[in-house]
Design a protein around this ligand. Structure first.
Ligand code: NAD
Ligand code: IPM
Ligand code: MN
Length: 367
């Protein structure tokens, strides 16, 4: 039996609560489907800083590099906001992404029919949305130089090289081939040189994918179309900061940021994390939506462990449990509001049923 080593970085705020549910799902799937998953938990973000003075301790990074995949909760929080830049939890996350070579961040956005009324948008607008944001993750403003801050000036630089654009563009086109064969590349080429290079590179790569349609949109107009005509989109390809912003915007389509999972790929080790942050005001109250984290675990099964059947099973369990009306308090359309742990329990019970068409014996769920 192959041993799959999964490094778990719960992080801060609601991170540990949602990751607990995701890891329990992986444990169940490993047990029932006879896979050897070995979990190793390490401090990261604010927790890393508290443990060692570094948001990405050397031992955490070494464990990540030596593993089959990394599952991360979220990092950050008010206690660490005043620290110097290199000690902030977020800078540890950026170093981790870079060290793992993750340049393509896949953020799928699908609407659960049962929760179509959770969205603040009208149901006829969001119904049927099924898009994939491919966010460039290793370049752009997040990593550009020069970069500096003094008393009266702050500098960041958006820079892209053609190879950086090309590699993430290929990921987007390959993904589109498996989907509805439309890539919408989002940039600001009417103003930014980095975006003009982006657009030219996307067009050059597009020639290798004649079966995939490509279109270009400016980011300001794309932000508007995302909430007025979301079903238009299939694969949305964009640079780092635009992708960060558009993905939180896309979260309103499904009704909660708590839903969205992500997979960061391109290097030797994949990194999986929900799109949301550490939501400090929700921490420790058993109210955080664990689905972004659990669905990220499904992406881990699919992309890093190549266990497609198990990934689909976990996604089906999520869909069915939501279909029965269960949801955390952020899901306004849920008819049965439950806590983080109970929602996780119900998803695991459904996984077990889907595995064996039975009921999981050791699990007693709900009130
Ligand atoms: P956030 O994503 O933590 O929260 C935004 C809003 O969404 C809040 O109202 C929050 O309550 C809600 N929310 C988020 N996740 C939820 C969930 N699972 N269930 C229910 N509701 C949820 O963003 P923020 O408040 O801007 O940032 C808080 C901290 O998180 C900051 O320190 C920020 O840097 C950090 N952050 C980390 C990551 C990451 O680790 N990948 C991502 C985004 C933000
Ligand atoms: C995300 C987050 C991160 C980002 C922060 C915490 C560094 O917002 O994963 O979306 O901007 O990439
Ligand atoms: Mn973000």
């Amino acid at each position: 039996m192959t041993t799959h080593r999964i490094t778990v970085l719960p992080g801060d705020g609601i991170g540990p609560e949602v990751i607990r549910e995701a890891v329990a799902c992986l444990e169940l799937i490993g047990r029932e489907r006879q896979h050897d998953f070995v979990f190793e938990t390490h401090p990261m973000g604010g927790a890393g800083f508290e443990a060692s003075g570094d948001p990405l301790p050397d031992s955490t990074l070494a464990a990540c590099m030596a593993s089959s995949a990394v599952l991360l909760g979220a990092v950050g929080g008010p206690s660490w906001d005043k620290l110097p830049a290199h000690q902030r939890p977020e800078s540890g996350l950026l170093r981790l992404r870079k060290a793992l070579g993750c340049y393509a961040n896949l953020r799928p956005v699908a609407i659960f029919e049962a929760l179509v009324d959770s969205s603040p948008l009208k149901s006829h607008i969001v119904r049927g949305t099924d898009l994939l944001i491919v966010r460039e993750l290793a370049g752009g403003l997040y990593y550009g130089h020069p970069r500096s801050l003094d008393a009266d000036r702050g500098v960041n630089t958006m820079a892209y090289s053609a190879p950086e654009v090309e590699r993430v563009t290929r990921v987007a086109f390959e993904a589109a081939r498996q989907r509805r064969k439309l890539v919408t590349s989002v940039d600001k080429a009417n103003v930014l040189e980095a975006s003009r290079l982006w657009r030219a590179t996307v067009d050059r790569v597009a020639a290798d994918y004649p079966d995939v349609k490509v279109e270009h949109q400016y980011v300001d107009s794309a932000a508007m179309l995302l909430v007025t005509n979301p079903t238009h989109f299939d694969v949305v390809l964009t640079e780092n900061l635009f992708g960060d912003i558009l993905s939180d915007e896309a979260a309103v389509l499904g009704g909660s940021l708590g839903f969205l999972p992500s997979a960061s790929l391109g290097g030797p080790v994949g990194l999986y994390e929900p799109v949301h942050g550490s939501a400090p005001s929700l921490a420790g109250q058993d109210v955080a939506n664990p689905i972004g984290a659990i669905a990220s675990a499904a992406l881990l099964l699919r992309h890093s462990l190549k266990l497609e059947a198990e990934a689909s099973l976990l996604e089906q369990a999520i869909t069915e449990v939501l279909g029965e009306g269960y949801g955390t308090p952020d899901l306004k359309g849920a008819s049965r509001t439950v806590g983080t742990a109970e929602l996780g329990d119900r998803i695991r019970e459904r996984c077990y049923q889907l595995c064996w068409h039975g009921t999981m014996p050791e699990l007693v769920v709900g009130p």
